[in-house]
Write a protein that binds this ligand. Sequence first.
Ligand code: LMR
Length: 328
Amino acid sequence: MRFRALSAAIALSAVFLAGTVDAKPIMIKFSHVVAENTPKGQMANKFKQLVEERLAGKVKVEVFPSSQLFGDNKVLEAMLLGDVQMAAPSLSKFKRYTKKLQLFDLPFLFKDIAAVDRFQRSAAGQKLLDSVKKKGLVGLGYLHNGMKQLSASKPLLVPADASGLKFRIMSSDVLAAQFEAINANPLKKPFSEVFTLLQTKAIDGQENSWSNIYSKKFFEVQPFITETNHGDLDYLVVTSKSFWDGLPADIRATVKKSLDEAIAFGNRVAAKKAVSDRQKIIDSGRTKVLSLTAAQRALWVAAMKPVWKKFEGQIGKDLIDAAYASNK
Ligand code: LMR
C-alpha cells in the first residue's frame, strides 16, 4: 500500500515536472538597430506588449534595440541559425536574399509614403513578401519609416554640390549606383557606425529618414540637411521559416495578429515622427534644413533616375511600372 502511494506520488510529480517543462514559454528575440523612440522601436515594443498580454506564460518577447544583439549585416544569418527569431531590417538590406526588394531603393520612384503604402497593399506588393522564402525567411509584413533626406557637411542644392563627397549608405547596390550617378563616393557601413563616422569627418554625409536623423543625433554633426524626399525607408518584418512553421497554429495566428496591429501602430508613429522629428531638428538650430526649388529638384531626378534602367533586369520592368503607378 505504502509502495503504491509512493509510486503514485512519483508518477504525479513526473506529470507535474513534464507539465512545467511543457509550460516553458516560447522565446521570441526581436533584434533591431534603431533607438526605441522610432517607428520600428515603438512597433517592436507594442508587439511585445500585445503578445505577452494575449499569450501570457506561453510566449515571451525580448526586444534588443540599437544593434545591442546584432547589426543588420549579421541578423539574417543569425536568424537562419536560430539565434534570433524576429527582425525588421530596412528593405535595402536583403540583397543576399532577393534582388526584387531593390525596387524600394530606386531614387524618386515613390513620391511619398502614401504611394509606398498603396503599392505594398497591392497584389504585386504583397507578392514581394514571399521573395525571401526560397532562402528560408518569411516576410511577415512591411513597416514604414519615412522618406529619406540628404545630410552633409556642406549645402547640397544641385547634384554637382555632392560631387566627390563620401556618403554612408546601407548595404544596397542601388544606393551605391544612386550616389555614383552624382559622382559621389558611397560607402556601405553599419547603422551603428554612422554617428562616429560623421563626427570624425571620416565621411561627409548620409541619407536617412527624419526619425533616424533625429533619434541618432546625426543632425548634431551635420551642418546641412537637404529635404530631398528622394527615396523610401521602409522595413520588412521577418522570421525564419523553421521557427514560424514550428509554432503551434493557434499561437502562430495570435502572434501574427499582434504583429499586424503593432505594425499599424508603428505606421501611425512613423507618420507623426516624419513631421515632429523634422520640426525638432529645425528647432534645435544645430543644422540648416534646405529645401529645393522645382528646378533644383528636377536636376536631382535627372541625375539619379538612370539608375532605374541599370537594375531593371534584376527587379523586373513590370514591377517598377506597378510601383510607379501607385503615385497616382
Ligand atoms: C540604416 O541603416 O540607415 C537604417 O536601415 C536603419 C534603420 O533600421 O532604420
